[in-house]
Design a protein around this ligand. Structure first.
Ligand code: RB5
Length: 143
């Protein structure tokens, strides 16, 4: 599975920790930045990740800003992207099982590191249920 990750300045510290956590588990990720806590626009980094998931270059994306809100909003404008804002475990699990989410958005200012690692691990491991949920996904893209 090819994974791409991005953040803004508010999500940068958590992005670095998530990358280290995944690296310890042998999971490599492509990092599009931000590369410091210097103020940037979450839209720019959300777009970089969402574009590469939308065009199939990467299978999954992880986005971290202060709340996860702005990142999920911009990512969901890309065709084929199903970005889930999940700052709790149940949402992360259900976003995979029922929605086949391909981007996980989290709030670096809202949750602790341990929960973030659990969210990422669970989200990467939980399969899509398929079945009746597949047809619902096919109705998502408009135009
Ligand atoms: C940055 O201050 C903050 O607005 C951003 O990280 C994010 O929470 C936006 O949705």
């Amino acid at each position: 599975m090819k994974i791409i990750i991005g953040s803004d300045h508010a999500g940068y510290p958590m992005k670095e920790k998530v990358k280290a956590h995944l690296s310890e588990r042998g999971v490599q990720v492509e990092d599009v930045g931000a590369h410091s806590e210097e103020s940037v626009d979450y839209t720019d980094f959300g777009k970089k990740v969402a574009q590469k998931v939308s065009d199939g270059t990467f299978d999954r994306g992880i986005l971290i800003c202060g709340t996860g809100l702005g990142m999920s909003m911009v990512a969901n404008r890309y065709r084929g992207v199903r970005a889930a804002l999940a700052n709790d475990l149940f949402s992360a699990i259900m976003s995979r099982r029922h929605n086949d989410s391909n981007i996980l958005a989290m709030g670096g200012r809202l949750i602790g590191d341990t929960l973030a690692f659990q969210l990422v691990d669970t989200w990467l491991e939980t399969p899509f249920d398929g079945g009746r949920h597949q047809g619902r996904l096919e109705k998502m893209d408009i135009g």
